[in-house]
Design a protein around this ligand. Structure first.
Ligand SMILES: NC(=O)c1ccc[n+]([C@@H]2O[C@H](COP(=O)([O-])OP(=O)(O)OC[C@H]3O[C@@H](n4cnc5c(N)ncnc54)[C@H](OP(=O)(O)O)[C@@H]3O)[C@@H](O)[C@H]2O)c1
Length: 345
């Protein structure tokens, strides 16, 4: 690619149900934006790393009544990213600044309003990549869910599904830091070993464990005080069957339900009565509600420090080149990512 040409990833087809395919997207070349195209208070941003997340699947549905805007057919798809400023007409940003864009285009350079971006907060020992890694949106999601909404107390037991992923691995480690007993669930033996290596007290492979209820009972004979749900469906049901009195169920995601062919395939949870009998609390949340709050500053400070001190780690799966970004999205639904999925520009 010459410096006067950019790569763009466009949505080519809405996918209201079932699995998305590479052919639902289009990768095109286009002339690079130039400084004379900038309006007032605009910048040309060159992404360094793009975040890859399951909710991008929901945004191509064309119809989902969502908490984030749907992608539009023919337009670039987007997501959280970190990049540098190439040119600016804003007094707040200079060429070379490292910036974050919560919903930046999947283009190798693009023009955006200065009001849509923020300077990456300077933290000791933090690289640009860490803003889509240990300090990423899903890591923050883990922080809010596991350390605030779940009201954790030392000695309690937390069960986490999709535990080796972007959200899950941070839930595991932040829960250990707070003195909980952690049970992690993942889809391969390698991932299970990783969970043990980052502190999980017990972990199992949901693809080979057989009966979910029996596997949870074996890993957490004392019962579950917190269930951190990333998957929904049958596993959520099994977790509900194993909750203790006053348990907290944190509904973070439901990846088993994102690619269904029809609404009739939605899993009907059977053990909800246990929430009543065990006087439990069920809490859903969307992380964007917490972006512009002091909680985010607390997260960046605490997690940067833990990371810098080597008390937590954060595993990444890194694709090279924006043209490989769509495959990285599709891979999330086959469990091919091991840790947080990102794309290096
Ligand atoms: N509430 C919010 O604001 C918010 C924010 C961020 C993320 N989320 C949600 O949190 C969940 C985790 O997101 P993430 O970014 O951390 O993703 P991730 O765990 O890094 O990646 C997705 C993982 O889901 C697992 N998976 C895929 N299909 C599955 C299936 N049919 N059944 C069970 N597991 C399946 C795979 O792991 P295995 O190999 O272990 O199967 C895959 O690696 C998602 O549901 C996401 O939508 C919510």
């Amino acid at each position: 690619m010459s410096s006067s040409t950019i790569t763009r990833v466009l949505l080519d087809n809405y996918v209201p149900s079932g699995r998305a395919k590479l052919s639902d997207f289009k990768i095109v070349q286009a002339p690079a934006p130039t400084k004379d195209q900038l309006g007032e208070n605009e910048v040309i941003l060159r992404p360094l790393y793009y975040s890859v997340d399951p909710y991008q699947r929901n945004r191509i549905s064309g119809a989902m009544p969502g908490y984030t805007e749907n992608f539009k057919k023919g337009d670039p798809i987007s997501n959280y990213l970190v990049g540098t400023i190439v040119a600016s007409t804003s007094a707040d940003f200079q060429e070379g600044d490292l910036v974050l864009h919560n919903d930046g285009n999947w283009e190798t350079e693009y023009i955006t309003k200065a009001s849509a971006i923020s300077k990456a907060p300077a933290q000791q020992g933090i690289d640009p990549k860490d803003y889509v890694g240990v300090l990423s949106m899903p890591s923050f999601t883990a922080y809010v869910g596991a350390t605030i909404l779940a009201e954790p107390k030392a000695g309690e037991t937390i069960l986490v599904s999709s535990a080796s992923g972007a959200v899950g691995q941070m839930v595991v480690q932040l829960s250990k830091v707070r003195g909980l007993r952690v049970v992690g669930v993942a889809g391969s033996d390698d991932k299970v070993e990783y969970l043990k290596s980052i502190g999980a007290d017990a972990a199992f492979n949901y693809k080979t464990c057989g009966d979910f209820d029996a596997a949870i009972k074996q890993a957490a004979p004392e019962g579950i005080d917190i269930y951190f749900d990333n998957v929904g469906g049958e596993f959520l049901d099994a977790a509900l069957a194993n909750i203790n009195y006053y348990a907290r169920i944190i509904i973070c995601g439901a990846i088993t339900q994102y690619n269904l062919s029809s609404p009739e395939e939605r899993y009907g949870v059977k053990n909800i009565t246990n929430v009543l009998l065990k006087k439990a609390k069920v809490q859903g949340y969307i992380i964007s509600s917490y972006y512009n709050t002091p909680i985010r500053e607390g997260f960046i400070e605490q997690v940067s420090k833990l990371y810098h001190e080597g008390k937590i780690t954060y595993r990444l799966t890194e694709a090279e080149g924006l043209e490989n970004g769509v495959q990285a999205i599709l891979d999330l639904f086959d469990g091919k990512n091991f840790g947080k999925s990102i794309v290096k520009a």
